[in-house]
Design a protein around this ligand. Structure first.
Ligand code: AMP
Length: 386
């Protein structure tokens, strides 16, 4: 929860409180922290994960608790929702109406995991706050400026006509990083060519020129592009035809393999978490080493491709869980980018605390580590629309 003035701009502010729900096996962990550092933590065993019920329980409990660490629910004026896929109809932040909800549901077939959760969040908020405006902000929105040659897949043209095109994701954070980078470097947004590397559980790159997204690695769905925690990113589509023909695999199993059994987890066989993969690689686990090497190789190729789309690069931004925290990934990714003029200050990379510049003074390209601030960006959009 954020308290923002109507003219708030520039610097992100700390939330008054934030809550996190995590699931690991049959355990459900709740962590809520307020601005004063007071924490509420709870762990429970759950038979089956039901995110909507869990979020509702968490909020009800926190508002009833005598410690009141998150204040009173009457303080809440507006509710913002991160919606992953806006599809062909929704790109700008918008007040949620029944038509908007329908349009979000319509694209659930393309991003089933994400958009179904988004609709559940909206319905829960409508139940808890029936009189409050709900605002939807779309991860695809920032990429609406992609030139047609970057957005259209070279299949039959009628794919594009029926909405099968590159949409791109993580736009809320890519856009935030663009503004933050310009602010840190004291440069005009219009003068910068930026490659934003969002490396978290999901990973994507955005090529940003003059403040506009001109290329990105995720596509029609968040499966495309870089290697991720449990998603493999771009693979030869012929593999899918082969699996369907030879193993008789259907869409449900393909979906599971591509969304849940691939990426760092699929290759290492250990974990989707880069920290665990790095620890295992450090102890000599060959498959963990391979997972790391594929991740870095694809990241390097992706950055070089984005630089080509931009015709050069002034700034590379590393953001999200891996981008903000892993000096190993940043160091390895930049090691082969000297030809672009990238030179990392190794000491600054190792000790980086976002937001910070980790390039040497002589580097032709600035390399920034920027903390993802999606919640704050969404809160600002809410204030702007209210
Ligand atoms: P996010 O989706 O932005 O929350 O990022 C989550 C991912 O960040 C986790 O799955 C980890 O792989 C990664 N991560 C977080 N901290 C670290 C770290 N210190 N070193 C490497 N990876 C990290």
């Amino acid at each position: 929860m954020f308290e923002l003035a109507s003219d708030s701009s520039g610097e992100p502010v700390q939330p008054l409180w934030e809550g996190k729900l995590e699931w690991e096996g049959d355990k459900e962990k709740v962590t809520v922290r307020n601005a004063g550092g007071k924490e509420f933590k709870e762990e429970a065993v759950v038979k089956e994960v039901d995110r909507k019920t869990s979020v509702e329980k968490m909020l009800q409990k926190l508002w009833q608790t005598p410690t009141q660490i998150i204040g009173d629910r009457s303080e809440i004026a507006l509710i913002g929702h991160r919606i992953v896929h806006g599809g062909p109809k929704l790109s700008q932040p918008t007040i949620v109406t029944s038509q908007v909800k329908q349009a979000i549901s319509d694209v659930s077939l393309i991003a089933p995991l994400h958009n179904v959760a988004g609709i559940q969040g909206i319905e829960l908020a409508e139940k808890l706050f029936p009189k409050h405006p709900q605002i939807a902000v779309f991860d695809t929105g920032f990429h609406r400026t992609l030139p047609k040659y970057a957005a259209v897949y070279p299949g039959p043209y009628h794919w594009f006509e029926r909405g099968i095109r590159r949409y791109g994701f993580h736009g809320i954070n890519h856009e935030y990083c663009l503004h933050r980078a310009a602010h840190i470097l004291k440069r005009e947004i219009t003068s910068l060519k930026i490659i934003s590397c969002h490396l978290g559980n999901g990973c994507s790159l955005a090529a940003i020129s003059g403040g506009k997204s001109v290329d990105t690695t995720m596509g029609f769905t968040p499966l495309d592009g870089l290697m991720m925690g449990t998603r493999g990113g771009s693979i030869d589509p012929g593999i899918l035809i082969h699996l369907m023909r030879v193993d008789g695999i259907g869409p449900k199993d393909l979906d599971d393999i591509l969304n849940h059994d691939s990426g760092l987890l699929g290759i290492s066989g250990i974990s989707s978490d880069m920290r665990t993969v790095l620890t295992a690689a450090g102890k000599g686990n060959e498959r963990a080493k391979l997972a790391f090497n594929i991740f870095v190789h694809r990241l390097q190729s992706g950055i070089a491709a984005m630089a080509a789309s931009l015709g050069g690069v002034d700034v590379i931004v590393f953001t999200a869980g891996i981008g903000e925290n892993s000096a190993e990934v940043r160091g390895a990714a930049c090691a082969k980018l000297m030809f672009l003029g990238v030179e990392l200050d190794q000491a600054n990379n190792s000790s980086a605390r976002p937001d910070v510049d980790i390039a040497t003074q002589n580097s032709a390209v600035r390399v920034l580590v920027i903390r993802a601030q999606e919640d704050w960006s969404i809160a600002r959009e809410c204030v702007r629309l209210s």
